[in-house]
Design a protein around this ligand. Structure first.
Ligand SMILES: Cc1cc2nc3c(=O)[nH]c(=O)nc-3n(C[C@H](O)[C@H](O)[C@H](O)COP(=O)(O)OP(=O)(O)OC[C@H]3O[C@@H](n4cnc5c(N)ncnc54)[C@H](O)[C@@H]3O)c2cc1C
Length: 551
């Protein structure tokens, strides 16, 4: 239920303040929260607290004559925080002139002469009238996490993307477009705050938090419940999630560690149309949420917002080091760290990532580019899905590909749909040579690969889908990789092996370290599809069971 809006009464005379409070409560306590303060300073503290908690002030009822800060001075300072609040001054006859000038000065709505007895005649009619007008235009505020940032701040983008992908509801407030919130943020974090500032409902805040800090405060699980597990799964994409579902459903104590959000690459897909059982397609976010819920329901644990930064073995145990320095041990590990989108290597990119250049589908951003011109670079299915998704919001979508056409790299059903979408155009044989913009993307520069002709396009966003590379940096010295950095498993491991300590050969999905398995896109030779990753993650548990019978 929404919190009631506040009536704040301020008077330095405690007896008068008690009388105001009593009269206000009698008439308004069912619809408003009545708060009091006995000085302008104390009242400003209350105002700041209310701002942090996303409260609403309906009415300031303030005595003019107070030592230290007059009523008008208080209203001037409080106004930027709650510009919609009614401002009513309690005055003595001698203050009439000051009250009249305050009508222009601080937009005073009314002034009341003290004393106001009987309130039925001299207080309530005035306040009833003002409050009914106010209530007619009031919309209850959003209750939950508020992310205050700039559209042009990469850190603000990262925080939003993290919350979206973890399905944490939040309200986005652009600091450049909301002056009350700007005043609140300035009072918390100074004149040029580091962004984003995240405001929580309990009144606390974080300034430019790390993903781990945000995850913890947003209530995502960041502490392992046990010191030891049967299996620790690293990565929460389709392979890791399937692994967790099968492990937990078969009675294993399983912990999944995901650095960003369940779903992995698939979680960023705007519409998956080739996954078994969803004839109408399913969004990556929906699939990820269903899979995570299923894993949790079977009893798997999931840590989100923490990166695995190292692995080591102390036989028979396998030990995982987390980015916050903690360690978790297990009998077995499954590496399901997938792939990361390859970075665009052209001049001008680095400062614009998150402020106009996005890797992948960036679901949190698409709606921000409503009615604007955007571009997509890449020619595979993920780029096609992205282009179709952005075409629902953007004025125009330009798809840039190096090849002479979209086929055969892109599936036919996507090519057909792109050709039938009027606000998508495809520029073939195009190479991106530079991106330009001051604090935000303004222009991209292109060169035709055949003729060498240069051209530029004014776009506000560029979504990059130019291929991926394995995420194995953390494990490079621990397990054996192929020449491209993918993890070698089972029969793909070079034979004979000198450093293999067991008489049996490696099991299916087992890496060069016994008891450490790999599944999904990160595995050498994997078929990089969601269904394949799910299949590998599920099947790898069979090998985990076989290994566990030997320890
Ligand atoms: C935009 C897009 C659209 C796609 N659409 C389709 C489609 O329609 N159909 C289809 O079949 N395939 C599609 N694919 C491919 C498919 O998504 C992948 O094949 C699949 O997601 C691979 O799953 P995975 O679990 O192996 O790895 P990933 O999905 O890459 O997941 C790996 C996870 O591990 C986490 N991680 C990595 N390193 C660490 C670490 N050190 N510590 C903790 N966590 C870590 C990552 O954050 C990530 O969440 C698409 C890919 C993209 C990018």
């Amino acid at each position: 239920m929404a919190t009631k809006p506040v009536i704040l009464a301020v008077d330095d005379d405690r007896e008068v303040l008690g009388a105001v409070e009593r009269d206000l409560r009698r008439r308004y306590a069912d619809r408003y929260r009545i708060l009091t303060a006995s000085s302008g300073r104390e009242a400003l503290d209350t105002v700041a607290q209310l701002g942090k908690r996303a409260g609403t002030v309906a009415l300031f009822l303030v005595d003019q004559r107070m030592p230290g800060m007059t009523g008008i001075e208080f209203l001037r300072e409080a106004q930027p925080h709650f510009p919609q609040a009614l401002r009513v001054l309690l005055t003595a006859y001698a203050d009439t002139q000051a009250a009249i000038s305050a009508i222009n000065d601080v937009g005073l709505h009314h002034y009341l002469m003290k004393p106001w007895d009987p309130p039925e005649e001299r207080l309530y009619p005035v306040l009833d009238d003002l409050l009914s007008t106010w209530a007619a235009q009031w919309r209850p505020p959003f209750e939950g996490i508020r992310v205050v940032g700039s559209r042009w701040s990469p850190q603000s983008y990262a925080a939003r993307d993290f919350l979206v992908r973890n399905q944490v509801p939040y309200q986005w407030i652009d600091i450049d477009e909301d002056s009350p919130t700007r005043a609140l943020v300035t009072s918390i974090a100074g004149d040029s705050p580091r962004l984003p500032v995240v405001l929580f409902q309990d009144g606390s805040h974080q300034i430019a938090p790390s993903i781990a800090e945000l995850a913890e405060k947003a209530g995502l699980h960041t502490l392992a419940n046990r010191p030891f597990y049967d299996v620790v799964i690293i990565g929460g994409g389709p392979a890791g999630l399937a692994n967790a579902v099968y492990a937990a459903s078969e009675g294993l104590k399983a912990l999944l560690i995901e650095q960003h959000a369940p779903g992995g690459q698939a979680g960023g897909s705007s519409m998956i149309e080739n996954y078994l059982g969803f004839p109408g397609g399913v969004t990556g976010a929906d699939l990820a949420q269903r899979a995570a819920a299923q894993a949790l329901r079977f009893g798997a644990e999931m840590l989100v917002g923490l990166t695995v930064v190292g692995l080591r073995r102390e036989d028979p145990y396998r030990i995982v080091t987390l980015s916050d320095g903690r360690e978790v041990s297990a009998h077995t590990l499954v590496l399901a760290t997938g792939m990361a989108v390859r970075e665009l290597e052209v001049p001008g990119v680095a400062p614009l990532v998150g402020t106009g250049i996005y890797y992948g589908a960036a679901p949190s951003e698409a709606a921000m580019y409503r009615d604007q011109d955007v571009a997509v670079v890449g020619g595979a299915n993920s780029a096609g899905q992205g282009a179709l998704y952005f075409s629902r919001y953007a004025k125009s979508v330009t798809v840039l590909v190096r090849a002479p056409g979209l086929s055969p790299r892109m599936s036919r059903y996507l090519v057909d749909r792109i050709e039938a979408t009027p606000n998508i155009r495809v520029l073939t044989r195009m190479e991106l040579t530079e991106v330009r913009g001051e604090g935000r993307l303004e222009q991209i520069c292109l060169r035709n690969a055949d003729s060498g002709a240069a051209q530029s396009l004014d776009v506000r966003a560029l979504f990059v889908f130019i291929g991926v590379s394995p995420r194995t940096e953390e494990f490079a010295k621990f397990v054996e990789l192929d020449s491209k950095g993918f993890v070698l498993t089972g029969p793909d491991l070079p034979q004979p092996r000198r450093d293999w300590p067991l008489e049996r050969g490696p099991l299916m999905f087992e890496t060069s370290v016994p008891g450490v398995f790999a599944a999904g896109d990160v595995r050498s030779g994997a078929n990089r599809r969601i269904a394949a990753a799910v299949g590998e993650g599920s099947a790898a548990i069979y090998s985990v069971h076989r290994y566990l019978q030997t320890v």
